[in-house]
Design a protein around this ligand. Sequence first.
Ligand SMILES: Nc1ncnc2c1ncn2[C@@H]1O[C@H](COP(=O)(O)OP(=O)(O)OP(=O)(O)O)[C@@H](O)[C@H]1O
Ligand SMILES: [Mg+2]
Length: 336
Amino acid sequence: MILALETSCDDTCAAVVDGPRVLSSIVSSQASLHERFGGVVPEVASRQHLELVNGVVTAALADAGVSLADADAIAVTSGPGLIGALLVGLSTAKGLAAASRLPLVPVDHLHGHVAANFLEPEPLAPPFLCLVASGGHTLLAGVRERSGFEPLGATLDDAAGEAFDKGARLLGLGYPGGPAIQAAAEAGDPEAFDFPVAMSRDPGLDFSFSGLKTALVYRVRELGEEATREATPDLAASYQRAIVDQLIGKLRRAASSGEWPAVALGGGVAANAELRRRTAELCAELGLRLKLVAIELCTDNAAMIGSAAGVLESISYPHYLSYDAFATDRNSLRPS
Ligand SMILES: Nc1ncnc2c1ncn2[C@@H]1O[C@H](COP(=O)(O)OP(=O)(O)OP(=O)(O)O)[C@@H](O)[C@H]1O
Ligand SMILES: [Mg+2]
């Protein structure tokens, strides 16, 4: 049984995981705290993690009906993410582990998003193709073994979640932008505006979202304030369509290789209803198994970190005491 912590961005998370079983998963979101700034303020996030982390760990243990003495290891996100935020989780995990002489398992956050698919119900076993799309990353992961993944393609600029967040800010829809754009898009026509789908003629598996954001800036400027307000549902639906079209286009290309019997999604954007619907359609068309994790396992959570930790080597006491967090990808996500 593993106690896992995740504090890489603005959610303070702890979970108790036993293999593929999630015994508890607590997510204390700071979203309302950052909302008035239109995005996450790193130093505010770190300080808030400090306030929340002990209570969140206690709640995760209580919810699972276990105590720290029952844990076999402590898992924690060591990066990538906001360095101050990561350090709160890592220091807490080290302290908890050292006090009980437990081993520590540092986990890569993106491996966590992939490993959410190993959890019940209906755990998915490799090999599979996983589209990881979140606030800071967008990549196609070839998953051949549980302990890691191979990046097959990645974004050259903005992440898909960042495109949702920046688009929502431009349309005055608030933060986080993904759910806000999705909600506004429900009443809109995805064909009303013609936004560019980048990289569609590119033969590789990389993504690009910065041009789309710029296209929205120009469209909003052309329309002016009042017309933008009136057209917001159409703008949101068309913008969402352009993001999902690109994601599905690259997913289709990778999935068509015949190498992958199953397709999975990970990261906060995997919560998007349109992306989930289109991925299901694609899998049905290509005859591939589809794995869609529950929404609460798409956005940041510690259960996915516990899931990844279960298939990784742990570090025994006291060797992890000098282990450091890392802000950016330790190994480049660009395909070699
Ligand atoms: N329903 C949704 N539709 C589209 N995007 C969504 C939806 N729900 C959440 N998102 C987006 O997911 C992102 C947050 O995902 P996640 O919590 O995995 O990101 P992160 O941890 O900040 O980034 P990373 O995982 O890259 O470090 C935000 O950009 C948010 O707008
Ligand atoms: Mg994340």
